[in-house]
Design a protein around this ligand. Structure first.
Ligand code: SAM
Length: 526
């Protein structure tokens, strides 16, 4: 481990006093490694039965487990199947405190690379909406990859600043996570680069950024909504002080006090006074209801979390205006979506208005005006996607079909107006139009379930050499008997969901005993 900065040690000694020796000792303890089971793909007990690693539960996180530090969870086919996310144990706490329910509209404002986004998505169970955002374009790429690997189908991925997002989505979300950029002191034991990047001015620098981000996040929360602000740092300037200053400016918010549990320690409003040289009043004392996760008090790294509730929304003129913003362009999109939906349903002989896709109903003829080569219009694109879905999927898919250039997305029903925003994914990326063909995406495969959604699959078992060969991108020889088909009359040739122990890894195209590999080059096993 890199040497701890002297200034940091002196400051922690001054803050922690009697506890300081135990805190210092924790740096001699072994690092901890955690994984969290992806509830979108499987039940936690199902994973416990098939886990390749010894598991020991993390007290505060559903589906979270410690695994020995010697294990390499990123080097197992189950990782490529998105069955778990490798995550530092304390980092699993903020989302647990967010209390996400299926159907909620949730914003993860500082989301990359997406650990907490995958946790939120599992709690949504595919229902409601997840808007996940990061302001760094490079980090958004990693976020997109994780959204797709974990089979999240109801997310929109944005690359925006909170300043631009807040006026676009005022009072829109039930739950918001602000996992703020921070000086990272809580990760010093785990990550040397955090130590190297730190100096005594880091907390102050980050604090300015954090209060700006939190203020904008708050504007996007519904009355009665819940916001969790979290960091992985110890400095009071970035934690209690941010919350206290926020409460003073925004009387419509309160701290939801977190009861003592799992070895979490209360927030330290007395440290605000120490750092600022001021006195504690009633409001400052409510900051005691926030939590600190200390490496000398529980098995995990250092974290801070505050749960805030928006108690009122319409008492101040500023928020009154927010709640009456017209939604003109959203309605325009919705209208064009429903026009497209109707057109497809007419062609497919369906008039029940439901956005279901199933094999039998959607095999109508090519729509009049659809081009033979090159996709001329959004409705052609929708037709090609729906024809593919009708023939090659068993899935019931919901959402509005959106076309951006040749890319086809299913956008969640509750999607807000995204006009003018930098959008990395307006919804579930389901495939690409190639002339008059639809090519399914890897993200589509990862969001599917073998038994209910696929018409054709191949199931390998862990340890079979074909699994790694598939992940390396090789063409495989596969006999027709190994194909699972949902109907006996279904032809063998075609797209095939390639699975390990029943969980999708990606697509292959089977023909005459050969499986053409469709595993994306950028994702391959190396
Ligand atoms: C602590 S990390 C987030 C980790 C993430 N929540 C996870 O669980 O994987 C903070 C993130 O905030 C992003 N960030 C920094 N400034 C931001 C801003 N003004 N708006 C949005 N995101 C920002 C950084 O790029 C970084 O990815």
């Amino acid at each position: 481990m890199a040497k701890l900065p002297d200034f940091f040690m002196r400051k922690m000694e001054c803050l922690l006093q009697d506890e300081y020796p135990a805190f210092l000792d924790s740096y001699e303890q072994p690092r901890l490694q955690g994984i969290r089971v992806n509830g979108l793909k499987m039940a936690v007990d199902g994973f416990q039965e098939m886990s390749p690693f010894p598991l020991s539960p993390i007290r505060w996180a559903k589906g979270g487990f410690y695994i020995p530090e010697t294990e390499r969870p990123g080097k197992h086919p189950y990782y490529h199947a998105g069955l778990y996310y490798v995550q530092e144990p304390s980092a699993m706490a903020p989302v647990e405190l967010l209390d996400v329910r299926p159907g909620d509209k949730v914003l993860d404002l500082c989301a990359a690379p997406g650990g907490k986004t995958t946790q939120i998505a599992a709690k949504l169970e595919g229902k409601g909406l997840l808007v996940t955002n990061d302001n760094q374009p490079d980090r958004v790429k990693a976020l997109v990859k994780n959204v797709e690997l974990y089979g999240i189908t109801n997310a929109i991925v944005l690359n925006e600043t909170p300043e631009r997002l807040a006026p676009a989505m005022p009072g829109f979300f039930d739950k918001i996570l602000v996992d703020a950029p921070c000086s990272g002191e809580g990760m010093f034991r785990k990550d040397d680069s955090m130590v190297k990047g730190w100096d005594e001015h880091s907390p102050r620098r980050y604090a300015d950024m954090q209060s700006g981000i939190l203020a904008k996040a708050a504007d996007m929360l519904k009355p009665g909504g819940r916001l969790v602000y979290s960091t992985c740092t110890f400095s009071p300037e970035e934690n209690e002080q941010i919350i206290e200053a926020f409460l003073r400016e925004r009387p419509g918010f309160r701290v939801v006090s977190i009861p003592p549990q799992h070895g979490f320690a209360p927030g330290r409003p007395d440290w605000i006074a120490q750092v600022q040289g001021g006195r504690l009043d009633e409001l400052s004392r409510t900051v005691e209801g926030t939590v600190r996760l200390w490496p000398h008090k529980l098995p995990g790294e250092g974290h801070f979390a505050a749960v805030l509730e928006r108690t009122c929304g319409r008492t101040d003129p500023e928020s009154e205006a927010m709640f009456t913003r017209p939604k003109k362009s959203y309605d325009r999109n919705a209208q064009s979506d429903s026009r497209m939906k109707r057109r497809f349903e007419e062609k497919a002989g369906r008039t029940d208005g439901k956005q279901r896709i199933n094999g039998r109903s959607a095999n109508g003829g090519r729509p009049e005006g659809a081009s033979r080569s090159g996709v001329a219009s959004a409705s052609d694109g929708e037709y090609l996607f729906r024809s593919f879905a009708a023939g090659q999927l068993n899935a019931e898919l919901s959402g509005n079909v959106k076309l951006q250039r040749d890319y086809v997305y299913l956008s969640p029903e509750e999607a807000p107006d995204l006009d003018g925003l930098k959008v990395a994914r307006p919804g579930w990326f389901v495939g690409t139009l190639r002339g008059d063909r639809f090519e399914p995406s890897h993200a589509l495969a990862m969001g599917m379930k073998r038994d209910t959604d696929s018409v054709r699959s191949i199931d390998f078992v862990t340890g079979e050499p074909e699994v790694i060969r598939y992940l390396k991108g090789e063409t495989l020889q596969i006999s027709e008997e190994r194909l699972r088909r949902s109907r006996p009359d279904l032809q063998a040739k075609g797209y095939c969901l390639v699975c390990v122990d029943g969980y999708p890894l990606g697509w292959g195209k089977w023909m005459d005993g050969m499986l053409k590999n469709e595993y994306p080059p950028g994702w391959r096993w190396s």
